[in-house]
Write a protein that binds this ligand. Structure first.
Ligand code: 13P
Ligand code: SF4
Length: 366
């Protein structure tokens, strides 16, 4: 018998407190059948319901380890895809609002990466012999599959240095997409000169590069960025340090090179949390990452005299992850209670198989 989907219209009108109560009730009834995985950037009114939290790497590992029938992903689209790829065929990955995408992930697509590969082959001969494609996990599943098929790998902001070593162990050059900043910072920390890293603009022929630039490059950096982390500027750090010379600055590597260079610490969201929590009492921090996480850290650390401040003067949260609100979460969970799966994220089998090759390479070395 076909079960009808409960319409979202009935949830859209709920007050936040009503939605919260419905989430708690549905969670209790679903028990171990559903697990709620939540990225650290998730808004507080959703984050409070998480069973497990983490950055992209930790969540990918958790998704591969859970045996819950339903993996409800409070994050963005590519994260739910990774959960689908790394979980068993019997498990179901769900994204409570399909509009929760990642603007950086959208800056690369398969057609443009394949064109890039073709153009590289005209200059270098067979690219598979010279270049390791490395995709940041913030990318669509078909790009992970491309890396799987071409001897490449996936990385996250936690393991990018290890993955870059692996990539150069395979071939002499790396094509890094879609985040130029993570690629540049990781290469820079490895001692690769900036003039050996060229930006590949996918909207220009040959990425806008000359054959000589392509031949001499160690890393080709895809012209993509995170709309949240691009807001942080070196001038924010300079001004803050004048007022708080004793303070410490910590940034996410999706920030630009000058921000990273002028920070005391650079690392993934999990690294940022752990570093501040392990730091001494009564310290002051300037943090260059997403606002929901910074606000949460500021509240949690206040009792021990730790002051946590946000780097940019403007509000910058991940507006797409923000789409997962209590109303969508309540709607998703109540449908599951009725036996209906809404917003399933299902990667086509061939794509999933090749994407898993690239993800498994990553998990094996990190
Ligand atoms: P991490 O989760 O690896 O810190 O990356 C941050 C991010 O922007 C996720 O989209
Ligand atoms: Fe994408 Fe940036 Fe949001 Fe992360 S913070 S999901 S990279 S838009």
């Amino acid at each position: 018998m076909e079960v009808a989907t409960i319409s979202f219209d009935r949830f859209n009108v709920l007050q936040d407190e009503q939605a919260q109560a419905r989430i708690r009730e549905a969670r209790a009834k679903l028990g171990d059948k559903a697990v709620l995985l939540c990225h650290h950037y998730q808004r507080a009114d959703v984050y409070q319901h998480a069973d497990l939290t983490g950055d992209s790497l930790k969540l990918a590992k958790l998704a591969s380890e859970t045996d819950a029938e339903y993996i409800v992903f409070c994050g963005v689209h590519f994260m739910a895809e990774v959960a689908d790829i790394l979980s068993s065929d019997k498990q179901i990955a769900i994204l409570p609002d399909l509009a929760a995408g990642c603007s950086m992930a959208d800056m690369a697509n398969l057609a443009k990466v394949e064109r890039c590969w073709r153009e590289l082959s005209e200059v270098l001969g067979t690219p598979d012999e010279h270049i390791t494609p490395v995709t940041y996990i913030n990318s669509a599943a078909d790009l992970k599959a491309f890396c799987g098929e071409h001897g490449g790998i996936v990385c996250t902001s936690t393991n990018a240095p290890t993955i870059l070593d692996w990539a150069f162990g395979q071939r002499e050059k790396v094509l890094f997409f879609p985040d130029q900043h993570l690629g540049r910072w990781t290469g820079f920390k490895k001692g690769i000169p900036l003039e050996d890293m060229h930006v590949w603009d996918p909207d220009l022929e040959y990425g806008g590069l000359t054959p000589e630039q392509i031949k001499s490059a160690k890393i080709l950096l895809w012209k993509g960025h995170c709309s949240v982390h691009q807001m942080f500027q070196e001038s924010h750090i300079r001004r803050w340090r004048m007022q708080h010379p004793e303070g410490r600055v910590i940034s996410h590597p999706e920030s630009n090179l000058e921000v990273c260079r002028n920070s005391d610490y650079v690392g993934s969201t999990e690294f940022i949390i752990n570093t501040i929590k392990a730091g001494p009492d009564n310290t002051r921090w300037l943090v260059g990452t997403e606002l929901n996480l910074v606000n949460r850290l500021a509240e949690e650390e206040k009792p021990r005299g730790v002051i946590v401040e946000f780097m940019a003067p403007t509000v910058c949260m991940c507006s797409t992850m923000q789409r997962i609100d209590p109303q969508h979460l309540a709607w998703t969970l109540e449908n599951l209670l009725e036996g209906t799966v809404v917003n399933r994220i299902e990667v086509p089998p061939h794509e999933a198989e090749m994407a898993k090759v690239a993800l498994d390479r990553m998990l094996a070395v990190s």
